[in-house]
Structures are given as C-alpha cells and as structure tokens.
Design a protein around this ligand. Structure first.
Ligand code: MIC
Ligand code: SF4
Length: 645
C-alpha cells in the first residue's frame, strides 16, 4: 500500500511507535524555531537540561513578537535570547529581520525535513513540503537537546484543489473556504495534505498562506508536495541545492478526502469572532470600515505586498480609515523600497510598520471602540486586537487594500482588472541580520535581565486530587482567553507570577483571586478548549495558581500537550451532559487518583457538593501518564535520567 507525503516524512523520521492513526509516535526533529514571546521560556527550559550545544541540523531564534520596547523588559529578553543562542549553537534573527515563519520559509526551510517551532503557525513551512509542527516551548527545548517529538499519529486528510482561482480571488480565500467546511476544530488529530491540478497555479507564498492558517483548523500540520513550483521559489532564494522532489505515492491512502473547485470561489471574510465564521464579501455587504491592517505571517510575502501596492498606486486611503502595513521580512521590505512599491503605499496614506507581528498580537494599533477592523491576519478572537468591542474581519490583501481606499468592505472584483504580479526570478538576498552562533559557546556569557523569573514546575500527582470548580467556560475558549497577550502583558512572558494575575481574566476577572483563595482547583471547559496559540504560559499560569486538572468536552492539541508537560491533568467528559451538572465552586474529588490514572483510561470524579459521580476519559499515552504521575515533563525527565526523550 502506498504512502501519502505526510506518512513518508514521518516514516523517514520515526524514532518509536506504531504507524497507526491514534497511537503515540515519536519523530526526530531536524530543525527548530522559536520566537521571542515563547522563546525566553523555551531557552530557560533548555538551559535547565544542561546540554552544551543544540543537536538539531539547524535551530533559529527569531525576535518578531515583542518588538515594542516600552520598558526594559522586552529588550532584556532579546539580549537574553541573543546570548543564549550564541552560546548553544542557535542562529539568531535580529529584530527587524522579519516574522519567524516568513523568514524561515525564505531562508531556512528544506523540503522533507521536520521542523518544530514554539509557535502555532510553524506549519507555514508545509508550503515548501516540510513537516512543520507547532508545539509548546518545553517540547521545542527537548527537540533542541536531541530528543524526539511525541505526538499521536494523525489521520491524513487530502484536500484536492481543482480548477483555477478567478481574478481577485486569493490563497486566503482557499483557506477561508477550508475553514468554512471544516470549522476551527475540524482539523484536530489530522494532517491536511494538499493535492490536485490546481497546485500547478499556486506559488510557494500562496501555499504558505494556506498551510499557515491550517493552524486555525486545529490541524497538527498542513503540507504541500515539493514540486517544480517549490524548486523555482528555492532557486529564487538562492537555495536550489536544498530542493528535492517530494510527493505521495500514486496509490497513497488517505483517511478523508475533500475536493474544492477553485473556479467557484469568491472573495471571502471570516467574520467576528472566529476564523471559521466565513462568508463571501458580497453576502456580508458594504459595511463601513474603520481600520485596515495588512501583514502577519499569513499575508506579508513580497507578492502579497506587490498586489497591495498596485491597488494603492495613485489612490488615497479613505478619510475615516486608519491603515497600517507590515511587510513580512527585511527581504520583502527592502525589495519594496528598491522597486518603488513602498513609495506607492506611503503616498496612498499607508502607515508602514516594522517587519514584525505587530498588531496581529496586539502589539500596538488597537482599533477604536466598536471599530470594524479588516485584517489580513489569521485570528480574530474577541479582544485579541486589544479592543474588546472591535469587530475584526479576516480578509485577503486584495480585499483589505480595496476596502482601505473605499472605506467600506469592498469586493475587489468591482475594481476592474486584477494586478498581475509574478514571482521574481531572484529575491534580494542579504542575511546580514542573521547572526551565526559562536564557534566556542563556552566563552559566551548569558545575559539575564531582572524580569526573568524562575518558571513553575509541577508536583507529583497526589493520591486524592480535590478542589473547587473555579470556573466554567463555554466552547472554543482560546489560549488568548486563558493567558491574554497584549502590548502590556507580552513583556512578562518570562515572569509567570506576574502573568498569572491575568489568567482567564477575559472569562472571569476574579479567576486569579478565586484560584489563590481556594489554593487551586479545577477548570471546567467546553469543546476545543485551548485553541489557538502554542503559548505554554496558558498552562504555566494555571499551574502557578494551583490548578490541578482541566475537565473539558474536548481539547485543542497543543494546549492539551502543554497541560501534560506542566503536570496538569487534562480530562474529557465521557458524557458531555455531565458538564451541565457542575456548578461554579462545586467541590470535585478524584479518589485514588494515582491508581486510576495508572490503570485506566476512564476515571471517576466525585462531585462532593451534589453527591453525584461522573466519568472522564484521559486519552494519554503510557509516557504521558508517567509524566502526569511525576508532575510534568521536567520531573519525568529527571526521574528517568534523560529517558524522557
Ligand atoms: C499567536 O499568533 O497567537 C502567537 C502570539 O504567535 C502565538 C505564540 C505566543 O503566544 O507567543 C502562537 O501562535 O503560538
Ligand atoms: Fe506573529 Fe501573528 Fe503570526 Fe502569531 S499569527 S506568529 S503573532 S504574525
């Protein structure tokens, strides 16, 4: 039986486990990436492992998230990451060099390799045929130390793309259509593999837009074959030697198949407040727009920017629209400035931001009260922009630029001919903002600012686990709810005690107070609890506040793994209806917890307040169970003297 592309790459990297959907496997990691808002924690954890130098083929540390330096904290973290990178053999991409996923695609990604990144949009690398997975910082730290990465073997879903994109319809519209079909939890436990005739018409940056936003499906990753289009991109990046052809066997099997005819697609938007709340621009209608933001790791490539510049050329941004553009990398920004496109943007009234995440993670540019904000980004969770009342719509660069000019949500098909933008034969290559690590790391002194605080470590599972149901939340709670990130909080990513004061505050402003006063307890969640970002702070802050377990209807993959890594037990209701029976502050008790976790996949929880009992499943591998018993990955690794890998 033939293998699909995802299975081929997994097979070539398989360290342990059975090649069967749903069973735990571990894979060797070739490359890692970190960014600064998760990186500080990942490197603190790496340092705690006592390894001299990273064991990967290439590890890169990017600074792209916390670039607003409104106090010493972010700058201190940058210095820490730069020195730690130099010491341990990691390439360092300076602030200004660009958004990690964009730069990694341009300068480092290699088809067929595995990439583990401490950012949920790491699957962007699937655009050039990498098996690129987002994970918590601790998992990335383990991978840097040479340890394998453990996941449940995903199912593989093939999405056949047929036909041709009509004028003004973009790669963004393809992934919005996939989100419309599958929803924000439709990809959980799956790898999405793209195939079909239409691939011949999709450039690497377009493919990367699609794999990037596969994160919003909850998918483990998304991948395109590596073909002549990939070769052209890598040649233009001066890296053709890294290219190789890769695709599925002709008789490859898939667990699921979906076909999308691109010819039938129209410009679309994800409406507030979820990336799967998708409709056509035509159906949404001409709503008034207050802000337009173009950029992010989804849509900031050279070609995206050139299309935007062509739409803006000779026009003026509507009087009532606040309009910002952040080109994805120094390469993109330099090329735009050399060919005059940047002047067209500035002249039309765009405010140019540095090549970084910026407004996507709430680092500035929060829109006005009740604003309608069009963004080419990937997430429109309520409040993520920094303005709780803002209505954020996710759109293509074409829709964004057209609407910036008209001041209303505009279907760009009404503008006449679409701009013809082709990929350059040669991108401008100058890696002068990428710093190679020191040859002799022993001589490098790591610099630690005063904001860097020790990270919390879990405790071995008690025999009786009890506590109050501290909070009960609904479906699709994101890690932005659990551990909000905005310009005020991001500087504290290396200070969990401070961050914990804001844990789950968007759902209940008193959660931290209640957690402290009851000395921890349980979180009760709905479906897809913990979707979104990979930030392990969404596990570390609850851990710091004494949370012992999370009982939910279902979990998002990375967050569930982060909970286990921290020693917090993720439990899933066997009967979803039991969720309804739990009241806030009910006292929950798991008797004989160690034996129950060790011996069974279904455990009993007693509600001492109502006197009822209910069952929860713990779909944990034997290794994960051992981690929970030990109190998290760090304790488990210590107990096993390196056997945690
Ligand atoms: C995001 O887009 O939510 C982030 C910020 O890039 C996160 C990482 C983080 O929280 O630092 C992600 O996607 O993993
Ligand atoms: Fe940065 Fe936004 Fe991409 Fe996250 S989604 S990596 S914040 S640009």
């Amino acid at each position: 039986m033939g293998l699909n592309l995802a299975q081929k790459i997994i097979k070539a990297h398989l360290v342990s486990g059975e090649f069967k959907a749903g069973s735990e496997i571990s894979v060797r990691i070739d490359q890692t990436l970190t960014q600064d808002s998760t990186g500080t924690m990942a490197y603190l954890q790496f340092e705690a492992m006592g390894i001299d130098r990273v064991k990967t083929k290439k590890s890169v540390a990017y600074i792209d998230h916390n670039t607003l330096q409104s106090g010493f904290e972010n700058a201190d973290d940058h210095k820490y990451i730069q020195t730690v990178a130099s010491k341990y053999g990691i390439y360092f991409s300076k602030p200004g060099n660009g958004i990690c996923h964009q730069v990694h695609l341009e300068r480092f990604g290699v088809p067929g390799m595995t990439l583990l990144g401490s950012d949920s949009h790491t699957p962007t690398g699937g655009g050039i045929g990498m098996l690129a997975i987002g994970a918590g910082g601790l998992d990335v730290a383990v991978a840097m130390g040479g340890g394998a990465y453990h996941i449940m073997m995903p199912k593989v879903c093939r999405i056949n793309l047929t036909g041709q994109l009509p004028a003004w319809v973009a790669a963004k519209d393809i992934i919005l259509e996939v989100l419309r079909i599958l929803s924000v939890k439709g990809g959980v436990g799956k790898i999405i593999e793209y195939a079909g005739d239409a691939l011949a018409g999709l450039t690497v940056p377009e493919r990367a837009t699609i794999t990037n936003m596969g994160a919003e499906l909850g998918a483990t990753t998304s991948i395109f074959p590596s073909d002549e289009i990939t070769r052209e991109f890598m040649r233009a990046q001066g890296r053709e030697a890294d290219w190789k052809e890769l695709g599925p066997d002709t008789d490859a099997q898939y667990d699921e198949e979906i076909t999308i005819d691109l010819s039938g697609l129209a410009p679309m938007a994800a409406k507030p407040h979820s990336p799967d709340n998708v409709d056509t621009i035509e159906n949404i209608g001409p709503i008034k727009v207050d802000q337009v933001a173009i950029g992010s790791c989804t849509n900031s490539s050279y070609m995206d920017m050139m299309k935007v510049a062509a739409i803006l050329k000779g026009k003026t941004v509507a009087t009532d629209v606040s309009f910002v553009i952040s080109p994805g990398s120094k390469q993109v920004l330099t090329m735009l400035s050399q060919n005059g496109a940047l002047a067209d943007m500035v002249d039309a009234g765009a405010r140019i931001l540095e090549s970084a995440c910026g407004p996507c993670i709430g680092m500035g540019q929060s829109p006005k009260t009740d604003a309608v904000s069009l963004r080419t980004f990937n997430r429109n969770f309520e409040g993520r922009s920094g303005t709780v009342s803002a209505q954020v719509y996710l759109v293509s660069p074409e829709v964004a630029a057209a609407s910036a000019i008209t001041g209303i949500l505009t279907d760009p098909r009404t503008l006449g001919g679409a701009p013809a933008v082709t990929q350059p034969k040669q991108f401008l290559i100058n890696d002068n903002l990428i710093v190679a690590p020191a040859e002799n790391g022993a001589q490098v002194q790591v610099v630690r600012g005063p904001n860097i605080k020790p990270f919390p470590v879990g405790k071995a599972l008690a025999n009786t686990v009890s506590g109050k149901a501290l909070i009960k939340v609904s479906d699709n709670i994101t890690t932005d709810h659990i551990m909000p990130s905005n310009a005020k909080l991001l500087p504290y990513r290396s200070n969990v005690p401070y961050l914990s004061e804001f844990c789950l505050v968007p759902c209940d402003p008193d959660f931290p107070k209640h957690a402290k006063c009851h000395q921890g307890g349980f979180i009760i969640g709905g479906n897809n609890y913990g979707q979104g970002s990979s930030r392990e702070h969404a596990a570390l802050a609850p851990l710091y506040l004494g949370v012992k377990g999370v009982i939910a209807k279902s979990f998002a993959r990375i967050h569930a793994a982060n909970l286990v890594n921290s020693g917090i037990l993720p439990m899933t209701f066997v009967n979803a209806a039991d969720y309804d029976d739990i009241g806030k502050f009910d006292e929950l008790v798991i008797d004989d917890a160690r034996r129950q976790v060790k011996e069974s996949d279904v455990i009993t929880v007693k509600n001492a307040t109502t006197g009822k009992e209910f069952t929860v499943s713990i779909s944990l591998s034997p290794r994960q169970k051992a981690m929970i018993l030990a109190g998290g990955l760090i304790n488990y690794t210590k107990e096993n003297a390196g056997g945690g890998n």
